[in-house]
Design a protein around this ligand. Sequence first.
Ligand SMILES: [Zn+2]
Length: 196
Amino acid sequence: MLLQEFRDKFSTIVRVIRPVDTELFDQLLAVMNAQVQWKTQVNNITAFRIRRSKLNKIAIVLQLKRLTSSKWLTVSWRAGCLGYRPCTYPLQSAFRQAIYYQIKNWKRQAAKPKCQYCSSREQLQVDHVQPSFSELTKQFLSSVTKAEIPLVFNYQKFGGRSFRRNNRQFRIQWCKYHKTNSTFQWLCKPCNQKKH
Ligand SMILES: [Zn+2]
């Protein structure tokens, strides 16, 4: 099942799903079966429950019960769907997502784009001239207190992250910092890969 299919299907079904709900139950079993650590345990699953995240009302939470326990266990449904890409650095992903509008604006203004290294006009990408994006995030993080750094994020459609509403101030601070301290240039994909 694709991530979006799962969302479309299960976002409205906020309840317990038992084996008697054959079609839904089997689909959820398949989602669990697609996760290596669950493969040998799917036969022990007795019920699923779909809930809403307390922190993020639109997020779907999947829970299940096993023969061996009466407790509901929260599990990942994303990891069992096609199109899922684990996000190794959620904070970096949210940083990137937050300033995407700046890159988009810059792209719009840049007339007749060409690669700054080889002048190619093919496969162009926007690159951060010094400091690099990761240096910018490091510098920014060193200017805030540890307590201010968000730990929980919203999920984006294709696996990335974004800042939550309650981290608005942090996001705005970051966007300002990025706007003041970043410079962009066009690089073609091969030159960009060589650079990084
Ligand atoms: Zn180039």
